[in-house]
Design a protein. Structure first.
Length: 117
C-alpha cells in the first residue's frame, strides 16, 4: 500500500512539474511574441534593477500622473491628450502591467507608492 501511495505521489509531482514548466514556457514565448507585435509606447525607467514604463506629453506644472489599478496605463491615452493641453500629463504601467517589469510580491499600496516615487 505504501509503495502504491509513493508511486501516485511521484506521478502527481511529475505532472505538476510538467504543468509548471509548460506554463512558464508559454508565458515566455507569449511575452516575446507580444513584444515583437506591440511596439512600446513610452520609455522604460530604471527603478533599481527593474524598470517601469512611463509616457508623458504636454508641458507645464504641476504634472498630472495617471494610473490604472489593473492593466496598462495606455488606457488613459484619450484623457491624457486633453490634460496635456494645459500641463504635463503622464501615465505609467504599474509593476507587472503593460511594458513594465514585474515587481516584488505581495503588491501593496506601499510598494506601489515606492515604485511611483
Amino acid at each position: 500500500m505504501l509503495a502504491k501511495t509513493r508511486k501516485l505521489t511521484a506521478a502527481a509531482l511529475l505532472t505538476l512539474s510538467c504543468a509548471l514548466v509548460g506554463g512558464h514556457i508559454y508565458e515566455v514565448v507569449s511575452a516575446k511574441r507580444d513584444s515583437a507585435r506591440l511596439r512600446q509606447v513610452g520609455h522604460s525607467v530604471d527603478i533599481g534593477g527593474r524598470s517601469l514604463n512611463i509616457f508623458c506629453v504636454g508641458t507645464g506644472t504641476p504634472p498630472v500622473i495617471l494610473e490604472v489599478a489593473h492593466g496598462p496605463g495606455y488606457f488613459w491615452s484619450g484623457i491624457q491628450a486633453a490634460i496635456a493641453k494645459f500641463t504635463t500629463a503622464c501615465w505609467y504601467d504599474r509593476a507587472g502591467e503593460g511594458w513594465s517589469d514585474a515587481g516584488p510580491y505581495p503588491r501593496t499600496s506601499v510598494s506601489i507608492a515606492k515604485d511611483l516615487h
